[in-house]
Write a protein that binds this ligand. Structure first.
Ligand SMILES: *Cc1c(COP(=O)(O)O)cnc(C)c1O
Length: 411
């Protein structure tokens, strides 16, 4: 009779792990304040003080800009909207190209299509999971206008060489920091490393308001364009005597007062939550450090991470079994592991449909991203700030148990 729960043994953990909780009395009071005031959104799509939204939206933007030491914070109703607004602010035209990561949430790559532009994939670095100057440079063409780089799993992009490359080629860099609120790069906040940075406030992120997003920039012109994209910009440009940016088509990407009020309270707690994510992840990394075949991904020099996902490299040769068999055994022990995050985005039918036969979208285009997804990476969204010491010990105990009994998996 096997010890492993996969073959009928007693699982290490038989109760679910805690959900990540961020909301408290402060958010409740904020929501009550807004509902009592009776104004759930205070945007109007015409020129005037309310073109930029209501009191809570304005306050959130000022507080966000101050916390992240940026000139402008433009709130939107999701990070997806924020990414699309940033691409609109770039001024993409049909046929332009945007260099993106294949290994990320789908909206970070698909946004180029909104403007008739083409997403071009650069492979990821195997340690940080981000695209880098080295992987971006070979895919640049005369049509490249922008780089959209993701701080994947909370690890900041290597911004210094990327910004130098962008400068040399006259490109704008959009940083997708949806997973990285609280991470830093040589002392600078993730999200503030490119020309524009995008944060998410959706329910799954480090801080949240159900849905929501923030775009930050130090550039006045880009900030104006972002605000025009957010709120039907074509209506206001004449009254505002805007000529240079009069070509913009606006959307409705407006954040509600309710989301803004909740986000303000969440922002006050960001540092505390971020520290909890980092501490718990580092605690588990230590507990796994002496296991053969498993190696937590290393932080690049000068970086801190909130470890939105904890990434662990899996070595099938050392372990003797395929990653997916190992993951099945861990899940049977009551520990839900991720199976390599997402498939490379160019596997989605969308890309072949838009550009039939294009070699850039063929399997094999980004071999590192492909191998992480198919066999080399274990990712964990489980290790968040609401995990207790006992929860972390159970996760570590399951890893140790499965590694110790791995020969049983060979049969
Ligand atoms: C969550 C996420 C988004 C999208 O965020 P929404 O606010 O849900 O639109 C974009 N990029 C990355 C990397 C994300 O993790």
């Amino acid at each position: 009779m096997s010890e492993l729960a996969l073959f009928g043994g007693k699982p290490v953990r038989s109760t679910p792990f805690p959900a990540y909780k961020t909301l408290g009395e402060e958010e409740k009071a904020a929501a009550v304040r807004v509902v009592s005031a009776g104004v759930l959104s205070d945007f109007i799509g015409r020129d005037g003080p309310r073109f930029g939204g209501g009191a809570e939206v304005h306050a959130l933007e000022a507080e966000w800009a101050s916390r992240f030491a940026v000139k402008h914070a433009v709130s939107v109703n999701s990070a997806t909207s924020g990414l699309y607004a940033a691409l609109g602010a770039v001024g993409l035209e049909p046929g332009d190209e945007v260099v993106v990561s294949p290994y990320t949430m789908s909206a970070s790559a698909a946004g180029a299509f909104v403007y008739g532009a083409k997403p071009v994939f650069a492979d990821i670095d195997p340690e940080t999971f981000c695209i880098t100057a080295k992987t971006i440079e070979p895919v640049l063409t005369k049509r490249t206008r922008a780089i959209l780089a993701v701080d994947l799993f909370g690890h900041p992009i290597d911004a210094t060489p990327m910004m130098e490359l962008a400068k040399r080629h006259g490109l704008l860099v959009i940083e997708d920091a949806a997973q990285a609120a609280g991470s830093t790069y040589h002392g600078k906040a993730a999200g503030t490393l490119g020309h524009m940075g995008v944060f998410s406030l959706n329910v799954h992120k480090i801080i949240q308001a159900g849905e929501g997003g923030i775009v930050v920039t130090d550039d006045d012109r880009l900030a104006e364009r972002l605000r025009l994209v957010r709120n039907h910009g074509e209506v206001v440009v004449r009254d505002r005597k805007i000529t240079e940016n009069a070509d913009i088509v606006g959307f409705n990407y407006r954040m509600t007062e309710l989301e803004a009020a909740v986000s303000r309270e969440q922002l006050k707690k960001l540092d505390r939550f971020a520290a909890g994510w980092t501490e718990n992840s580092e605690c588990l990394q230590k507990a796994l450090s002496d296991l053969p075949g498993l190696r937590p991904a290393r932080l690049a020099e000068g970086c801190t991470s909130v470890y939105y996902q904890l990434a662990v490299h899996y070595d099938a040769t050392a372990m003797g079994v395929h990653r997916d068999v190992f993951i099945d055994a861990m899940r049977a022990e009551g520990v839900p592991l991720g199976q390599g995050y997402v498939e490379p985005l160019y596997y989605q039918p969308l890309y072949e449909k838009r550009h039939p036969g294009d070699p850039a979208y063929r399997r094999g285009a980004c071999p590192i991203a492909e191998s992480m997804w198919s066999e080399r990476l274990i990712n964990m969204s489980l290790i968040h700030a609401s995990m207790t010491r006992k929860d972390l010990e159970d996760v570590a105990a399951a890893f140790h148990k499965v590694v110790e009994h791995r020969r049983e998996l060979l049969a």
